[in-house]
Ligand binder design. Structure first.
Ligand SMILES: Nc1ncnc2c1ncn2[C@@H]1O[C@H](COP(=O)(O)OP(=O)(O)O)[C@@H](O)[C@H]1O
Ligand SMILES: [Mg+2]
Length: 207
């Protein structure tokens, strides 16, 4: 796997109020992930280091099966490393319990999954409102969801259920949902960005 990054921070739109914070937004050190498969171990990530500064956009390229989704899941706190350190915005995710990581993720991470993972029983607008409701921001959820759906070109489709939307439309709902709660870090897995036959990519946009 190899990371490519923007050489300068992205536009001011990506700067946050707490820019006085000088620590990198993402700090990954000596990361190791081993999956146990039956009676054998599968080493997927070994001694991986990654630093992402605020405002940087990083694209991670690698062959299918090289561990891109595994890395994003560890950076986003969905999974826990076998060894090593994951610090996001000063929070030591790798030392936290599953409950603590879930709460952190709800507040700080916007995740666009490879298969979008929209909730099929909720409409497009309800899917986008969900992160705000989980973050205790229900009062602004309706207005924000409408704005975001408009911004991704789905202004008239808020009442549609995911199975009535095309793949591209579902992807745009997933993008709106990931942005809804103004996350500190946006993680977008594979199909949301460019991919070639021999290399797919995961990318992280940090604000
Ligand atoms: N839960 C799991 N249990 C066992 N092996 C896994 C699990 N998740 C992923 N793997 C294996 O880890 C490797 C990396 O997977 P993944 O991170 O999904 O790759 P990529 O996203 O780069 O295509 C693959 O060989 C995959 O089979
Ligand atoms: Mg993947």
């Amino acid at each position: 796997m190899s990371p490519f990054r923007t050489s300068t921070p992205m536009s001011d739109a990506f700067q946050t109020d707490d820019d006085t914070e000088t620590a990198p937004l993402v700090r990954v050190r000596d990361l190791r992930k081993i999956y146990a498969e039956g009676d054998r171990d599968h080493l997927v990530l070994d001694e991986l280091d990654l630093t992402v500064e605020r405002g940087e956009l990083v694209v991670i390229l690698g062959r299918s099966g090289s561990g891109k989704s595994t890395l994003l899941n560890l950076v986003g706190g969905i999974d826990r490393p076998t060894d090593g350190e994951v610090v996001i915005g000063g929070e030591h995710l790798s030392e936290e319990s599953e409950t603590e990581r879930t709460l952190f993720r709800r507040r700080r991470i916007g995740f666009i999954f490879q298969a979008f993972n929209l909730i099929p029983t909720l409409t497009a607008a309800e899917n986008v409102r969900l992160p705000l409701e989980l973050a205790g921001r229900a009062s602004e959820a309706e207005r924000r969801a409408a704005e975001l759906l408009e911004a991704v070109g789905l202004g008239g489709r808020g009442d549609s259920f995911p199975d009535r939307l095309s793949g591209g439309e579902q992807q745009r709902v997933a993008v709106a949902r990931a942005l809804a709660h103004d996350p500190l870090l946006i993680l977008a897995d594979a199909s949301t960005c460019w991919s070639a036959p021999t290399a797919s990519c995961g990318c992280t946009a940090a604000r």
